[in-house]
Structure formats: C-alpha cells, structure tokens
Write a protein that binds this ligand. Structure first.
Ligand code: ZN
Ligand code: ZN
Length: 480
C-alpha cells in the first residue's frame, strides 16, 4: 500500500453530478462527493450508486483537521473522513467523529472527543455473537468474547447529518440508527451499532487514549477542540454570559433566567426558567485552584428528592477544568460539601447492593429519585427543569460512590468530603451553614416553606436522604 498512488479502481464518477470521486483506501465503501454532497457507495456489482445526500458541514468543534496527517505511536496516519451526527429526537447537539486511516496496514480507526476524553474505536470485522437489539438494559454486563466483559453505559439513537471524505460503510444521511455504548475496565470502550435494523449489528471496540501518543503534521499536538465562543449575549436581557467550554449545550442566564441553546454557536432562547430561591454561594464565573487544578464555576443546580412526603434538597456547582480535565462537581447539603469526580463505568463492579472500586468494597446506603428544580449557568447536557434520575449511594473507604441511572444511561462518580475552608480557593468568604430549600412560589410562601424545612431538618437531623448526586460524569446523563 503506497500513499499518493491511486488505483484506477478507486476512481469513480459521482452518479449524481458527474464529478470525479476517489475512494482513498481499499476498505472505503463510500465517499462523499465534494461537489454535490451525495454519498457515493460502491455496489456489490463493482459499480457505484448514490445513497442520499449529506447536509452542509456543521460548525462543530473539530478534533483533528480533515485531510491532515500525523503519527500515532510512531505509525503514519491520514485523516481521510469525518461524519457529523446528532441524537435522534434531540437535534441541535451534533458531534463529529474522524476516520483515521493507517496506510501501512490499510486499517482504519474512528476518533471522537467528549468531555475531556479521547476515544478510539475500530470495527471488529469478525465480532463475537452480539446481543439482539432491545435485549440489553443500562448497567447490564455484556460478554464481548475476546474483548472481555463490558457494561452497558448508554442506549441511544442517532443519525448521520453530514460528512466528508472516504469512509467505510456509513448509514444513509438522516436515517435513524440504534446503538449501545459499552464501558470496560481500564478505559476500554465500545459501541454496538445496530444500524437501522436491516443488517446484522456491527461492533466497534477500543479505548480511551492519551492524546500525547498522537502527533500531527509539523509536530503539532492533538488538542481538545476549542470553544467556539467565550461569551455570548443573552437573547432575552442582552447580558454578556461567559461560555467556558466547547461542550456547552445549555446556558441559563444568571440575570434573567432565560434558558438558551448554545450548540449552534450563538444563544437561541428556549424559554424562561424559574429563578432559584437562593443565590449560589459560588458565583458563576468564579475561578480558583482547587486540589491542584484550575477550575471555573460554570453552573448551579438545586436538586431534590421526596422521601415519605418530605422534600429534601441540595445544591450542586458545576466546575469546568478546561477541555483536558473536563467537568467536576461540588455538592452541598446542610453545609456539608463533597467534591465529585467521574469514574469510568467499566471500572466499577456493581452487584446492585454494593460496588467494588479499586479493590475496595462500597456498601449500599440509599436510593432516591432526584429531580432538577432550578438551574443557572452553562451545562454540557440539555438540562431540563424536572428531569429525573435514579440516584444511588454506596459508602466505603475514602468517600462515596454514586450511581445515576436513567432508562438510557448509567454513570458513576466518586465523592470525597470537602473542608469548607477549601472553598476559599474560589475567592469566597467561608460558607454559611445552608439549610435545604424547597420548590418555588412567592417570597412569602418561600419563607414559610423555609421555616417548615428548617423545622423538618431539626426533627430529622439524623435522617437519611443526604444527597443524590448528578451527572458527575462522562456522558451527559439526561435529556439527550
Ligand atoms: Zn456529486
Ligand atoms: Zn438574560
């Protein structure tokens, strides 16, 4: 296999517009016509046919420039294609995956980036027997034969919106396809692609990789995609709102409470969100070095659960540590603070009533249905008031393991106690002792509710429900 030599059988004419197209590598089944965006597919009979048309390329943060070359652990590669996808039923948050071709062995790998992690997956052309579509639930173990045991992390639907270049078999643009993301030990990762159900499922396996193993042309390092904007104007009140991360999907104005979508690069208003009954203790945009990492406070959430008719609430602050670090959380309930860090689903051995993590046993403490009551700031998922998640806590050495589960996704995180003096890293005065607050209403009813809750807190000082947690994790848990 030699680069820059194109075999004649890799050249074809676009059936749609007549332009010349080139299948860049032997395994390329399709190529996107540069002129008319038709997906030109090699047919079994040796000819080509057009299968749908890609939309114009979307403005999404790019991970690796299309067409660029580089070395991966010393092996030469070329970026020969990319696809842009979004989640079926939730458009407006597209992401991009790059196809990397290694000419020496004529093999390809998909590369994606999300919330501080880089993923590389390669198709297993001879996969082990794969479970039929619809037979798995999130959190369930799945045996992938020689690849080992994995856990179902996410069940979803997506569609290809746009793309470019030479690609292996790619679904027709706009067709809804089903997939399951699985997580294994030590960063192993995979996707079972059920397509539109007309073909047998395909298996892609790989792992989270260290971007330092990749060197782009000219010695350029592989860098996390840059944020598109660093501030944006609230479409309702005109306030300038800081945008910290390229992963931002929702912004709720801290001044007027208008919720907006940010995925197109500018804010488009979705509607008003109720104002939180209290001001966040850590101001939006506050920066600080917490436990050795620089963070900016990007979001504030009040969540609650109801146990035996009583509402308990707690507050969560979303911290962004830059695109290489991703997101963390600080959670406060009754003046007690926890620092919450994501853990890979595949590193947790979950038996239901206990989990094993790093050789330690954590025992089941409580399980609640946690709902989002108030939000302000910037979020990496499409946060919605009222969204619910099943939150389970396990306690053991060093802190607690939290499991957050929806019908389509499971995420784990680890929480460690925070001394309130540590919060002064964010330039705030020592925190007051906060009490729980409940949902909405006028200020007078709020006072009554707060008084009731203070009484409840006093009565139930030793009671449970000491907190759910959040999507402290890799993927966004809710509302994809
Ligand atoms: Zn064409
Ligand atoms: Zn506003």
């Amino acid at each position: 296999m030699m680069r820059s030599v194109v075999n004649l059988d890799r050249q074809a004419t676009c059936p749609s517009c007549g332009a010349g197209v080139i299948f860049k590598f032997a395994g390329a089944r399709s190529v996107v016509c540069e002129y008319c965006k038709s997906v030109v597919v090699r047919s079994d009979k040796g000819g080509v046919e057009a299968q749908g048309r890609m939309a114009d390329l979307l403005e999404v943060p790019s991970t690796m420039p299309y067409g660029s070359e580089g070395k991966w652990s010393g092996e030469w590669f070329e970026v020969t294609g990319r696809v842009q996808m979004d989640r079926a039923g939730a458009p407006g948050a597209p992401w991009e995956e790059m196809l990397i071709w290694f000419p020496r062995e004529d093999r390809t790998t998909w590369v994606a980036y999300a919330q501080g992690r880089w993923y590389a997956t390669t198709e297993d052309k001879n996969p082990p027997p794969l479970p039929p579509q619809g037979s798995l639930n999130v959190g369930q173990q799945v045996d992938l034969g020689q690849h080992g045991l994995f856990v179902v992390q996410e069940i979803g639907q997506r569609r290809v919106v746009s793309g470019q270049g030479s690609l292996p078999n790619v679904p027709k643009p706009g067709v809804v396809t089903h997939y399951i993301d699985v997580s294994g030990p030590q960063g192993a990762f995979g996707t079972i692609d059920y397509g539109d159900g007309t073909e047998p499922p395909a298996l892609y396996v790989g792992r989270i990789f260290d971007p330092n193993t990749v060197e782009l042309e000219g010695g350029m390092p592989l860098e996390a995609p840059e944020a598109k904007v660093t501030s944006a104007e609230c479409p309702n009140c005109g306030a300038s709102l800081p945008i910290a991360s390229s992963s931002a999907q929702r912004v709720v104005c801290q001044y007027c409470g208008t919720a907006s979508d940010i995925t197109s690069g500018t804010l488009s208003a979705l509607g008003p969100a109720p104002r939180p009954p209290i001001e966040p203790y850590l101001p939006m945009g506050a920066r600080g070095n917490f436990r050795g990492t620089d963070y900016v406070v990007t979001g504030f959430v009040i969540r609650s659960c109801v146990v035996e008719g009583i509402t308990y609430s707690w507050r969560e602050y979303l911290l962004f540590g830059g695109d290489k670090v991703g997101y963390r959380w600080l959670m406060e309930e009754d003046g007690n603070w926890q620092f919450i860090e994501p853990i890979e689903t595949g590193n947790v051995m979950d038996s239901g009533n206990g989990v094993m993590l790093g050789g330690n046993q954590y025992t089941w403490k409580q399980q609640v249905m946690a709902s989002v009551d108030y939000v302000i700031g910037e979020f990496y998922w499409r946060v919605e008031i009222g969204e619910m998640v099943e939150a389970t806590e396990f306690v053991g050495p060093g802190g607690k393991v939290s499991r957050e589960k929806t019908p389509t996704e499971v995420n784990y995180s680890f929480g460690t106690p925070v001394d309130p003096s540590e919060l002064q890293a964010f330039g705030v005065a020592p925190p007051p002792t906060m009490m729980g607050s409940s949902s909405g209403g006028s200020s007078s009813t709020m006072i009554i509710i707060i008084v009731i809750i203070i009484i409840c807190c006093l009565i139930l000082a030793m009671s449970d429900c000491s907190g759910g947690s959040s999507t402290y994790g890799g993927g966004s848990t809710w509302g994809k």
